[in-house]
Write a protein that binds this ligand. Structure first.
Ligand SMILES: NC(=O)c1ccc[n+]([C@@H]2O[C@H](COP(=O)([O-])OP(=O)(O)OC[C@H]3O[C@@H](n4cnc5c(N)ncnc54)[C@H](O)[C@@H]3O)[C@@H](O)[C@H]2O)c1
Length: 248
């Protein structure tokens, strides 16, 4: 599954699935631009990455919902590496859970801004750079969520944002597929990261009962699927939504 010398750009790289993805890609020989709104966290990520070429992995601070930030991140990447990334992973994401009756406008908007608009801005900006750079084979991997398929109490904003990411992926796969850029979504189930720390134990217990494998997933188990989608081993997969849920 070699990614030797390929340049990858990963958002949400300071924690959980994003950090594990940076590691998985770098292990296969990729050079990684690790992007997150938390710069100290991405510096820590870069410090643990395996290195297989003379090029250095790069930490970048970016708020994905801010177009200027996203364009700055692309320009910095182009200045340093003189080429656009050919692998893009949109793993930045947030939750602001509450029942709809109590959900504030700002918590609704923030989740849509980061999860959906952020994915759109990164996808558009970096896919355009790939097209301009005449990249022959690109791979964009977005992170949805399996809960967006069936809904989850207290997560109207999150489920709506992730369902939209899945459709954004499908449209992108049609528009960019003809240019040699594949776009796919990974739909994780319950994965043990910082994100699920705020989920009440009672709710976690209910989810556990519904998972045939009898456990939550690890970030590395999502990263492995993302690394596969980044590689040529998945060369005919485009517009797919791949569940990684232990059967939930
Ligand atoms: N953990 C799960 O069970 C689970 C399940 C389904 C989907 N997901 C999705 O997987 C992705 C990764 O989540 P995780 O579990 O690793 O969470 P996490 O909280 O461990 O990591 C999320 C990272 O995103 C960064 N981030 C947040 N807002 C940002 C912004 N505006 N700009 C840039 N970076 C920002 C955070 O700083 C953090 O480093 C998210 O999109 C999440 O919705 C997670």
């Amino acid at each position: 599954m070699s990614l030797a010398g390929r340049l990858a750009f990963v958002t949400g790289a300071g924690s959980g699935i994003g950090r594990a993805t940076c590691f998985g890609l770098a292990k296969e020989g990729a050079i990684v631009v690790a992007a997150d709104k938390n710069f100290i966290a991405v510096q820590d990520t870069v410090d643990i990455l395996p290195k297989s070429t003379s090029e250095h992995h790069l930490p970048i601070e970016v708020s994905v919902e801010n177009l200027q930030d996203v364009e700055n991140a692309l320009n910095k990447t182009l200045n340093i590496f003189s080429r656009p990334p050919v692998v893009i992973v949109n793993a930045a994401g947030i939750t602001r859970d509450n029942f709809i009756s109590k959900l504030s406008e700002s918590d609704f908007q923030q989740v849509l801004d980061v999860n959906l608009k952020g994915t759109f801005l990164i996808l558009k900006t970096f896919a355009n750079a790939m097209v301009q750079g005449q990249v022959q084979q690109g791979s964009i991997i977005n992170i949805g969520s399996v809960v967006a398929k069936f809904g989850n109490i207290g997560q109207a904003n999150y489920c709506a944002s992730k369902a939209a990411v899945d459709l954004l992926t499908k449209v992108s796969s049609k528009e960019f597929g003809r240019m040699g850029i594949r776009v796919n979504t990974v739909l994780p189930g319950m994965i043990e990261t910082q994100m699920i720390k705020s989920v009440p134990d009672k709710v976690k217990g209910k989810f556990l009962e519904m998972i045939p494998l009898g456990r939550f997933g690890q970030a590395e188990e999502i990263a492995q699927v993302i690394t596969f989608l980044a590689s040529d081993k998945s060369s005919y997969i485009n517009g797919a939504s791949i569940e990684v849920t232990g059967g939930l």
